[in-house]
Design a protein around this ligand. Structure first.
Ligand code: SF4
Length: 374
């Protein structure tokens, strides 16, 4: 293993920087957020890329930049528009934090993304990784960043034992990342992106392509035959299956949806069909009746299945059965939600909905178009 002391004043750090930057020039992927160093674009892309694949982010990023091209536009937008632009990306607190941070930038930073690490860290949703990314990529500062890709590359490159997400290795990896970016002779932003790019495309979790790696000659894990064993991440918790129902209540060619309260633990402010987990010993039909009454004070029974949506939220593997309930009785009231509304299937498109409910809405729209055409 190469010690930190050695790395700080050793040619090794400079050699890593040179090899990585030369490789990056030839192999970097052309991504829309790499076409400029606009700090706002860098910030938006970094927030979108957290927990999300590059291919998924590209169309979201392009639409977002058209809709909210700068800090001031984002700060002034309605929250419902921001959530609508984010729908399907998941982890919606990222969208809310983007807007909160934009408001602070307007109030305290002349409507600009600040350059200093401390000012960045004081903004909602910007942690050490994002601050390092913005400072280095947009402002050319020799600030480190560590994400899952960097954890993996550095654990292998320096044959670091232990869990890189926990002390003491977590702090050590940040030290390595800082020493490396400080030694990169030019473009710390490019160096940081190169490190992440290597992790995403060459030093992958499974079957890393060591024979194509620009760092192969310097890699301690390769030398010690530890590549498959590093990084030492804990085994993933098994996914927990969850059975849920959603209710597509229909009346006068409209369907019932509710907007969640601002303090809802998940999907706050977004629109959903009434939904609930099917409790142990409960039938799906009973769960439908129960949630329709608790959400909107309506009484009705399921008549048919609209669709079944399978998706995952954190460690839960959810099967969501959407049931149609025709002409429920009573006057709809917002009991457990902020707002309840009857919407035509066409109007559902304008609402911000989480991905699973968007799938149901699209199915409702196609069913209604089919019924209208028959
Ligand atoms: S040689 Fe292999 S393990 Fe080492 S950094 Fe390169 S891809 Fe990763």
């Amino acid at each position: 293993m190469i010690s930190m002391t050695r790395l700080r004043d050793d040619e090794t750090a400079r050699a890593i920087g040179r090899a990585l930057l030369a490789w990056y020039v030839l192999h970097r992927r052309e991504l829309p957020w790499r076409q400029s160093l606009d700090p706002y674009a860098v910030w938006v892309s970094e927030m979108m890329l957290q927990q999300t694949q590059v291919a998924t982010v590209i169309p979201y990023f392009e639409r977002w930049m058209q809709r909210f091209p700068d800090v001031a536009t984002l700060a002034a937008a309605a929250e419902s528009d921001v959530l609508h632009a984010w729908q399907g990306l998941g982890y919606y607190s990222r969208a809310r934090n983007l807007q909160r941070a934009a408001t602070r930038m307007v109030e305290h930073h002349d409507g600009r993304v600040p350059a200093s690490i401390n000012a960045l860290r004081a903004l909602p949703g910007i942690g050490p990784y994002s601050a390092g990314a913005i400072a280095s990529i947009a402002y050319g500062q020799a600030e480190p960043l560590v994400d899952g890709n960097v954890n993996r590359v550095l654990s292998r490159l320096f044959a670091l034992r232990g869990d890189p997400n926990r002390a003491p290795l977590k702090a050590a990896i940040w030290d390595y990342a800082r020493a490396l970016v400080s030694a990169a002779e030019r473009a710390p932003g490019d160096f940081n992106q190169a490190l992440m790019e290597l992790g995403a495309t060459v030093c992958t979790p499974r079957a890393p392509r060591c024979t194509s790696c620009p760092l192969a000659a310097l890699c301690q894990a390769k030398k010690l035959d530890l590549v498959e064993q590093l990084p030492e991440l804990p085994a993933r918790a098994k996914a927990t299956p969850v059975h849920m129902v959603a209710v597509v209540a229909t009346r006068n060619a409209c369907v019932l949806v509710g907007r969640l309260k601002a303090d809802a633990p998940r999907w706050a402010g977004m629109w959903l069909f009434p939904n609930a987990e099917v409790k142990s010993g409960q039938t799906p039909e009973a769960a439908v009746r129960d949630v329709l009454f608790r959400t909107a004070g309506l009484r009705g029974s399921p008549s048919s299945i609209v669709c079944v949506v399978r998706h995952s939220v954190t460690r839960f593997r959810i099967t969501l059965d959407a049931y149609r309930t025709l002409e429920p009785s009573g006057v709809a009231r917002a009991l457990s939600v902020a707002e309840i509304a009857w919407k035509s299937p066409m109007d559902l498109a304008a609402l911000a909905m989480p991905a699973a409910h968007r799938i149901i809405a699209e199915r409702v729209l196609s069913d209604s178009a089919g019924a209208g055409g028959s």
